[in-house]
Design a protein around this ligand. Structure first.
Ligand SMILES: [Zn+2]
Ligand SMILES: [Zn+2]
Length: 341
């Protein structure tokens, strides 16, 4: 560990939308652990509470980097580049044994939420949650996490609900919504129509660039928007907005046998059992992050669709500019925003 400094620079979210850069002692990897030199970490809407209210840990759960030190019992070579999975899963519980590593029953923690994450120069991780991704830049490799991982898992949940998907309605064209759009096109096929709702023209333009059909809900209802695109209903809706009004309107815009997949945390939903659920056999399903074992397929998809997916990343900042990055991101006129080191 001779070239690794004894302390490193990390961001401290102090609350009231203020971020400072502080020094932290560099941790040494213990048994089964790796020390990562962080190369990039993407900003996420789920960091809103940390940005507004502050936190004692270093946030950042969409980190990629290079292994610079490895603890006893590990097999990953120094110099390996890869991405860090958010959930520090146990690997041995009933869920993990079946591959449901995002539903671990004895999770050691969540990186960037209750364990130090990627908005610092280094991050200490268990080897089990480090996914090697050679041949990509640190920034490109972040696409494997919330964009492709969360987006792709949501599409898998859609496929579980109905096998004959011809159209998808994505509620909210923020980064997760754009990820769902991209993964719908990649996994289900280019012929599948993907409608996206939002009120921010910048996001709707970006969605259109990625092959989506925009619906500006500041100007009319979802039904009106679908009609303008030549249809009355969507086979599947995926909510990334977390808004009750969007969920309910999206559910009502579903065809028979349609399903609403909820990805965005936040508000609730109120439905009528007979007209909304029983008669049309519609459902409401949750989709939380993704399984670690979905990453190899997504790595192959990233290789095949590298430049298409990279369009989702619209802004890049250094660690010193993290305040500026967050101010811009939560103003709403961005795709994915990156902290690069
Ligand atoms: Zn996230
Ligand atoms: Zn587990």
């Amino acid at each position: 560990m001779s070239s690794i400094p004894s302390s490193y620079r990390a961001s401290s979210f102090v609350g009231a939308k203020k971020i400072k850069i502080i020094d932290k002692p560099t941790p040494q990897p213990g048994a089964g652990q790796l020390l990562i030199k962080v190369g990039a970490n993407a900003l996420c809407g789920s960091e809103r509470p940390q940005f507004f209210d502050g936190t004692t840990v270093t946030p950042g759960h969409e980190a990629t980097g290079v292994v610079v030190a490895a603890g006893p019992g590990t097999r990953t070579a120094i110099g390996t580049a890869g991405a860090v999975f958010l959930m520090d899963f146990c690997g041995t519980c009933r869920s993990c044994k079946l591959g449901f590593t995002h539903q671990c029953l004895q999770k050691r923690g969540d990186m960037g939420f209750n364990k130090d994450g990627g908005y610092g120069q280094y991050e200490l991780v268990h080897e089990s949650i480090f996914f090697p991704a050679p041949g990509f830049t640190a920034t490109e490799a972040t696409l494997l996490l919330d964009i492709m991982g969360t987006g792709g898992h949501a599409i898998e949940r859609c496929q579980l609900m109905r096998p004959d998907i011809e159209s998808v309605l994505v509620l909210g064209a923020g980064p997760i919504g754009l990820g769902v759009l991209a993964m719908a096109k990649i996994i289900l096929g280019q012929q599948v129509k993907v409608y996206l709702t939002d009120i921010v023209p910048y996001r709707l333009e970006l969605a259109e660039k990625l092959g989506g059909l925009p619906i500006n809900v500041a100007k009319g209802s979802i039904k009106d928007g679908l009609k303008a695109h030549g249809t009355d209903a969507a086979d599947i809706a995926v909510d990334t907005s977390g808004k009750q009004a969007a969920r309910e309107e999206g559910h009502r815009a579903l065809a028979q046998r349609g399903s609403l997949i909820c990805v965005g945390h936040g508000e609730g939903i109120a439905l009528k059992i007979s007209p909304d659920i029983i008669a049309p056999e519609r459902s409401v399903v949750g989709s939380e992050y993704f399984r670690f074992d979905e990453m190899p397929a997504n790595l192959r998809r990233l290789t095949a669709h590298r430049s298409y997916l990279s369009q989702i990343i619209t802004h890049r900042f250094g660690l010193d500019e993290i305040q500026k990055a967050f101010d811009l991101f939560f103003a709403g006129e961005t795709g994915k925003v990156m902290i690069e080191q």
